[in-house]
Design a protein around this ligand. Structure first.
Ligand code: HEC
Ligand code: HEC
Ligand code: HEC
Ligand code: HEC
Ligand code: HEC
Ligand code: HEC
Ligand code: HEC
Length: 422
């Protein structure tokens, strides 16, 4: 009897318990999913997964990428060479008889101190390092008014010496030049900044330490939280989901991905941090439809315009930055590898100076670059080191790919010299 009663009870509750079972199953599954769907801690928004998550499925790309200049273009850490240059004797930059700036370390903090008539007036710490250290590095600090300011002394890596920051006065140190967020728009993945307007004048207030250093995966590929969540749940799926396929973009869209930071300083229409692959550059900068004046375009920063003015691009609109650069890998100065990328399109080039000399032919094959993309002095970026007060321009590869008679002759001469030496 007892048993029957229990049985009817069970029967009566069958639907209820089925519902309960289903509910608890849903609950169980939901916790499972929310376990894989970890909450994003990225300061940009919950649409971003954070670059550390990419390593789980893209380890090779990730490991190679961390060694590139992009990944290190801003940080809160000084490279060892610069730390060493803080040592006594190497650490003073004189502006005039009574004023100098000293690079000083107090505890663990590196900073620049202002001295007048031998007396220390103040010190500002180096909070942010800008530049990976390819050629030059410049230093910023948070000053107390929610501003970021640039320090007067930069480091010129190629000269292994301190230098007056580009564009700074040469006769006295300047500590109050504010840096706009635009600067970090090309040199970081995010800075938290509040913009307010008084009429047409814009004021920026930076949130201290709310910054993502370097250019990270999602800076180029766009927010990828959904992509990470999907592939974590569906490990059997081998085709990319919820991420823009770059191979599916047209050449203009591919070039715009790079032109965002490689087409020089222009008037900005919206935060560069909003840019995603496939976006149109004209929605970020006021478009410039003027004719490109390659003779006066600085080699610094204007790679896009110079490339587009080259015959390689004009007669083959499929030429993109990626035709030559693999941005996931550090390929700097690998002239032989980069020349191979020219040969992909120029299989049979006949030069007037071709000869039967095997060594010479091989040398030409391994270096198309020094003759066709020679280093040119930047007009915009020059630095004055104190040591000899000489003004050094920054030498940059021109992306106007064409015939340079003068440089070609020099390069041929140098090849012939080494050939005769052997
Ligand atoms: C759980 C695994 C997983 C994680 C984590 C992951 N991905 Fe992917 N991703 C994949 C798979 C699978 C593919 C498709 C196969 C491939 O191209 O490697 C892919 C492809 C891609 C592609 C190529 C798209 C194309 O076809 O052009 C990009 C870009 C990408 N992922 C970016 C990222 C970024 C950025 C992160 C970190 C924020 C990330 N992925 C994290 C699994 C993952
Ligand atoms: C400077 C911009 C940039 C950054 C930063 C960047 N990528 Fe890419 N990525 C590209 C471009 C451009 C392509 C397309 C390459 C091509 O088709 O030639 C690409 C392609 C890919 C692909 C598909 C093709 C392949 O090479 O496997 C994956 C996966 C990928 N990226 C993952 C990542 C991950 C992970 C990171 C961070 C560790 C990252 N990317 C950082 C620009 C970038
Ligand atoms: C968010 C801004 C940004 C984007 C987008 C960007 N770059 Fe850069 N790129 C930089 C900055 C800044 C540097 C200088 C890095 C440094 O040394 O501090 C740089 C440096 C480089 C270098 C020199 C690297 C070296 O080791 O000397 C190459 C090549 C390059 N970029 C190519 C590309 C290509 C190709 C793309 C598009 C797929 C691209 N960049 C997209 C900002 C960007
Ligand atoms: C429109 C994008 C853009 C803006 C804005 C920008 N830069 Fe750059 N910067 C670049 C690119 C691209 C390079 C490297 C390629 C080149 O020299 O043409 C570079 C190179 C540098 C380098 C040399 C890096 C090295 O490792 O040799 C320093 C230092 C630097 N920038 C500092 C700054 C500072 C400080 C600001 C703001 C006041 C700033 N940049 C604003 C794009 C930009
Ligand atoms: C995507 C294909 C492509 C790539 C990659 C490419 N080129 Fe070209 N290039 C062309 C085309 C097309 C022309 C115009 C027809 C011709 O002269 O062959 C051209 C023209 C030239 C010219 C003649 C320029 C002039 O002003 O008369 C030179 C020199 C040249 N390329 C050198 C190079 C070098 C060096 C590289 C590598 C750094 C390179 N190209 C990469 C397609 C390419
Ligand atoms: C035809 C091949 C080719 C194309 C296309 C190309 N580059 Fe380059 N780029 C080179 C070579 C070669 C170098 C010199 C390599 C080196 O010195 O490490 C170089 C160097 C650079 C540098 C470092 C310059 C310096 O001296 O500091 C930057 C930045 C750069 N490229 C960006 C770009 C961008 C952005 C695009 C697309 C608008 C692009 N490149 C298209 C071949 C190319
Ligand atoms: C020593 C310098 C030098 C080197 C190295 C060199 N070139 Fe040239 N290139 C020239 C000069 C100078 C010309 C003009 C024509 C001539 O003198 O043959 C030229 C012409 C060209 C042209 C145009 C030819 C035409 O028919 O209009 C192309 C394309 C070209 N070179 C590509 C390359 C490629 C690709 C490489 C590497 C494999 C390379 N060059 C290596 C100096 C050089």
């Amino acid at each position: 009897m007892q048993l029957v009663r229990i049985h009817t009870f069970l029967n009566a509750n069958k639907r209820k318990s089925a519902v309960l079972l289903l509910l608890s199953l849903i609950f169980f599954l939901a916790t499972c999913i929310s376990n894989t769907k970890t909450k994003s801690t990225d300061i940009r928004s919950d649409k971003y997964a954070g670059t550390a998550t990419c390593i789980n499925c893209h380890k090779t790309v990730y490991d190679n990428y961390t060694k590139t200049a992009h990944a290190a273009t801003s940080s809160n850490q000084l490279p060892e060479e610069v730390q060493a240059a803080f040592a006594n004797g190497n650490n003073i930059f004189h502006f005039n008889d009574s004023e100098y700036v000293a690079m000083e370390k107090t505890g663990n903090v590196f900073g620049q101190s202002y001295y007048r008539n031998g007396k220390k007036m103040f010190t500002h710490p180096i909070d942010i390092v800008v530049g990976s250290g390819r050629k030059a590095q410049t230093y910023l600090y948070y000053n107390d008014k929610e501003k970021i300011s640039q320090l007067p002394i930069s480091y010129f890596i190629t000269e292994h010496d301190w230098a007056n920051s580009p564009g700074f006065p040469a006769d006295h140190p300047k500590f109050d030049r504010n840096v706009p967020s635009y600067c970090m728009g090309c040199h970081s993945s995010f800075v938290d900044v509040k913009q307010t307007y008084t009429g047409a004048v814009m004021q920026e207030a930076f949130q201290k330490n709310k910054i993502i250093y370097g250019i990270d995966c999602e800076r180029c590929h766009g927010p990828a939280k959904e992509h990470v969540d999907y592939h974590t749940e569906h490990s059997q799926v081998k085709e990319a989901k919820y991420i823009t396929k770059i191979a599916g973009l047209n050449a203009l869209q591919k070039n715009d991905m790079c032109a965002l930071c490689h087409s020089g300083f222009k008037d900005v229409q919206q935060s560069l941090f909003n840019f995603k692959p496939g976006d149109n550059l004209n929605n970020y900068y006021i478009p410039d439809y003027g004719r490109v004046d390659t003779a006066h375009l600085d080699v610094h920063g204007n790679q896009t315009q110079l490339m587009m003015a080259s015959k390689c691009f004009q007669l083959n609109n499929n030429l993109t930055c990626n035709s030559c650069h693999n941005v996931h890998v550090k390929e700097r100065d690998n002239i032989s590898l980069l020349s191979q990328r020219c040969i992909n399109c120029h299989q049979q080039v006949k030069h007037s100076f071709d000869s039967n000399d095997k060594n010479l032919t091989a040398a030409l094959q391994h270096n198309c670059i020094d003759c066709h993309m020679p280093l040119k002095a930047s007009v915009a970026i020059t630095m004055q080191t104190m040591a000899n007060a000489k003004i050094y321009p920054d030498y940059i590869r021109t992306h106007l790919i064409t015939i340079y008679k003068e440089e070609s002759r020099k390069f041929l001469d140098s090849l012939n010299r080494t050939a005769t030496k052997k």
